[in-house]
Design a binder for this molecule. Structure first.
Ligand code: PMP
Length: 401
């Protein structure tokens, strides 16, 4: 009988790699590696993984149950339920002041993660450069590489409040630059950009004919203003911007895996092809739950936002009191304190902190080399947890002296 198992593996003498080299060469996420370690330990207070500690609001969960109860278990349109796309476009128009046509300028995806992957694949020809600001979300560079593009990081720094300096951006632009990827409020720094900086970035996009990929997953979680404005609402920007968003953070729906992209019809259509052949559609239960989130959970979103704001104020103060200068982030649910005074590297600090005090934070270098000298602490955890964790951090820093 034919040995199927042996047939399916590559033979060393052919010297063919059984793995795709551009994928095999990618590093694994620094966050996940670190948290494999955390999971093996007991009693750790985690300021680690960036996920709301709130359970999804009840009305959303109830709607998901009700959707199943009604036997809603089919595929949907590849673009997503039209009722959800309409609700998304209304939400975006109302909150971000930019209008999209739900018929052809909006696609529902499996988290904003899928939307990011789709848009990068839809616009990237081999060798195209995509610029993004660092420290940044761990997926950006690998996603660009997986699409055979070239990731071009631009460092941001504490003295500029981790905003993207338009002059630095312009220096990174070459004839091969295809797009700029923005994420404000930013994971891991919590930084935002002001309107002046946003206008300057928009002007550069127009001048150099660039697309802008705008990851707005934390845009409702800002604490000193209402909602982070969308760059696509600026004159001349809608036609070159892809608005990327989802339900994971503001509505505490990470496990539902539901996101979306709004943008020019030709780009959405190209994204739809990849989505159609790979994912088909987002799960209907999650789509119906998301519709309910937009219909009835904006108040829950506001309550969570208020709670995050109080936690931010407490955690920033406590890091500063512990002798670790901490930039006041405007949004998201992360702080990015400076640990250089301890003389430890980010990785040493995070590793020793977990071993000696059982507090988990993420080394800043997980978000790019310019994260050296910082750690990321997520305050999407209880106030009690924040107080205990920062007390342990204070003791840890004191003992280092
Ligand atoms: N972008 C950023 C900046 C994020 O921090 C995350 C999640 N941590 C994502 C995208 C992915 O979110 P989703 O759950 O919608 O896929």
């Amino acid at each position: 009988m034919k040995n199927i198992k042996n047939d399916s593996i590559s033979h060393p003498e052919t010297k063919k790699s059984r793995l795709a080299e551009h994928i095999a060469g990618l590093p694994k996420s620094g966050i996940r590696d670190f948290f494999e370690l955390v999971n093996k330990m007991d009693d750790v207070i985690s300021l680690g993984v960036g996920e709301p500690d709130f359970t999804t609001p009840w009305t959303i969960r109830e709607n998901a149950i009700y959707s199943l109860d009604r036997g809603r278990t089919s595929y949907t349109s590849n673009l997503g339920l039209i009722s959800l796309r309409k609700a998304i476009c209304n939400y975006v128009a109302e909150n971000y002041k930019v209008g999209y046509n739900p018929e052809n300028e909006c696609i529902v995806t499996v988290g904003v993660s899928e939307a990011l992957d789709l848009v990068i694949r839809a616009i990237t020809n081999p060798g195209d450069e995509i610029i993004y600001h660092e420290p940044c979300y761990v997926s950006y560079a690998p996603e660009i590489r997986m699409a055979f593009g070239v990731p071009v990081p631009v460092s941001t720094c504490e003295k500029n409040n981790f905003a993207l300096d338009p002059a630095d951006l312009e220096r990174a632009i070459t004839p091969k630059t295809k797009a700029v990827l923005l994420n404000f409020p930013c994971n891991p720094t919590g930084a935002a950009i002001d309107m002046e900086q946003m206008k300057a970035i928009a002007a550069l996009a127009v001048k150099h004919d660039l697309l802008v990929l705008s990851d707005l997953i934390y845009s409702e979680l800002v604490y000193d203003s209402e909602i982070m404005p969308a760059i696509s609402s600026l004159p001349g920007m809608k036609e070159r911007t892809i608005f990327l968003h989802g339900f994971s953070k503001a509505f505490a729906m990470t496990g539902f895996r539901i996101g979306y992209a709004c943008g020019p019809a030709d780009i959405i259509d190209t994204m739809m092809k990849i989505h159609q052949y790979s994912m088909l559609c987002a799960p209907i239960t999650a789509q119906e739950a998301a519709e309910e989130a937009l219909r009835n959970s904006v108040c829950d979103r506001e309550l969570m936002r208020r709670e995050y704001r109080s936690r931010r104020n407490v955690i920033v103060k406590r890091f500063n009191d512990a002798g670790l200068p901490c930039f006041m982030p405007e949004g998201a649910f992360y702080v990015f304190p400076n640990i250089t005074s301890t003389g430890l590297s980010s990785l040493e600090f995070a590793t020793r902190l977990i071993q000696e005090k059982k507090v988990a934070v993420v080394p800043g270098t997980a978000f790019g080399p310019c994260g050296e000298g910082y750690i990321r602490a997520c305050y999407a955890t209880s106030m009690e947890g924040i107080k205990e964790a920062t007390a342990r951090i204070k003791a840890f820093v004191k003992e280092l002296k």
